[in-house]
Design a protein around this ligand. Structure first.
Ligand SMILES: *Cc1c(COP(=O)(O)O)cnc(C)c1O
Length: 379
């Protein structure tokens, strides 16, 4: 089955009882048993829920994986992956990373004795230098946030395999439409379903997919023990959102390309970070591992004045100033004071993240209106 068919049909089936074409919301905490242990595969909704099962199977299919697991949030999914580790284990992670991931690594799990190294993974050598026999996990986010660097997933998979450690790819920015890390050798793919997958800014949810049966068992054990599971109503909404994922992504990419070029040619704009430009330093890798270049981009203004960046993000009318990304509506944000505020300024600047950087999540509105909006805001 091709991707555009999978979004609609994979893993879901009409309700056997009524024929309802849409997966029902099984709003139930528990399930009747005929005799102790004699049930239909469902005992208690922290462990399993039929609405969630169909979403999990659908997500696994979208990422070409055997197993899917849905979590209450993206952070709960990340939490479960790190709980595979033990004190003394080491993790190598992307330095240009989602702020919440940096926070849970450094402010929660470091206290449990897990050691995190943050390196610029767009240079594979940096990972090779840090890896040792205590490394148990390589954590990749690509495109990176907010600088849109591209990390070579296959190269990371090779390093992980030759050092017997796991490779987990946070695929939130790309979505399964643009990139399938399992096909490139990842052991686990993580998503904030909140973003492109659900796509309508009305659900917070996370997901993991994997192929290894033992890994799946350990992750579901952690999830059932710790409890970060989503409710059936949210699973229904995510399934509904996914049915148009391919159409939305197609438009996000078209609009993204037009806006990247508009910004690139604007006299007041200094740099535009978007992997679709041939002069982007990782464009060649992007071309090999992504189907298109997406609707996420960042740019800086000439002159480097923080007030100028603040003026732009407070003057847009269609681009709403807000955290998050990947919804149908266009959003703009200021990483240094919003999504990445939990990363110390010194660390931010080391990673090349200027205080004047503006991030855009280009939505699926009419692109002419979006360009007009940016035109009047940048001035
Ligand atoms: C939003 C996001 C997360 C966290 O997901 P939540 O659903 O907000 O908990 C993790 N990684 C990336 C890249 C994100 O954008």
């Amino acid at each position: 089955m091709k991707f555009n068919t999978k979004t609609i049909h994979a893993g879901v089936h009409p309700d056997p009882e009524t024929g309802a074409i849409m997966t029902p919301i099984y709003q139930t905490s528990t399930y009747a048993q005929k005799a102790p242990g004699d049930h239909k595969g469902y005992e208690y909704s922290r462990t399993h829920n039929p609405t969630r099962t169909q979403l999990q199977n659908n997500l696994a299919a979208l990422e070409n994986a055997r197993f899917g697991m849905c979590f209450s949030t993206g952070m709960a999914a990340i939490d479960a992956v790190i709980k595979l580790l033990h004190p003394g284990d080491e993790v190598i992670a992307t330095n240009d990373l989602y702020g919440g991931s940096y926070r849970i690594f450094t402010k929660v799990f470091a206290a449990y004795g897990i050691v995190f190294h943050f390196v610029d993974m767009s240079d594979v050598e940096n990972v090779k230098q840090k890896i040792n026999d205590k490394t148990k996990l390589i954590w990749v986010e690509t495109p990176t946030n907010p600088l849109l660097k591209i990390i070579d997933i296959s190269a990371m998979a090779d390093i992980a395999k030759s050092n017997s450690c796991l490779l987990c790819v946070d695929n939130t920015f790309a979505s399964p439409y643009l990139q399938n890390p399992m096909d490139l050798g990842a052991d686990i793919v993580m998503h904030s379903v909140t973003k492109y997958i659900n796509g309508h800014s009305d659900v917070v949810m996370g997901a993991l997919v994997c192929n290894d049966e033992n890994l799946h068992e350990r992750l579901t054990f952690i999830q059932n023990s710790c409890g970060g599971t989503p409710g059936p109503q949210d699973c229904f909404l995510a399934l509904r959102g996914i049915k148009t994922l391919h159409l939305r992504m197609q438009r996000h990419c078209e609009n993204g390309e037009a806006i990247a070029h508009f910004l690139h040619n604007h006299p007041k704009v200094d740099k535009v970070y978007w992997p679709g430009f041939t002069e982007h330093p990782n464009h060649e890798i992007a071309k090999t591992q992504m189907r298109a270049f997406g609707g996420m981009m960042s740019f800086t203004l000439k002159g480097d004045k923080l007030e100028d960046a603040f003026k732009v993000i407070s003057s847009t009318k269609l681009f709403t100033l807000a955290e998050s990304l990947g919804g149908v509506e266009s959003l703009c944000g200021h990483p240094a004071s919003m999504t990445h505020a939990s990363i110390p300024k010194e660390e931010r600047e080391k990673a090349g993240l200027k205080d004047t950087l503006i991030r855009l999540s280009v939505g699926i509105e009419d692109v002419d209106d979006l360009i007009e909006d940016l035109k009047q805001a940048i001035g």
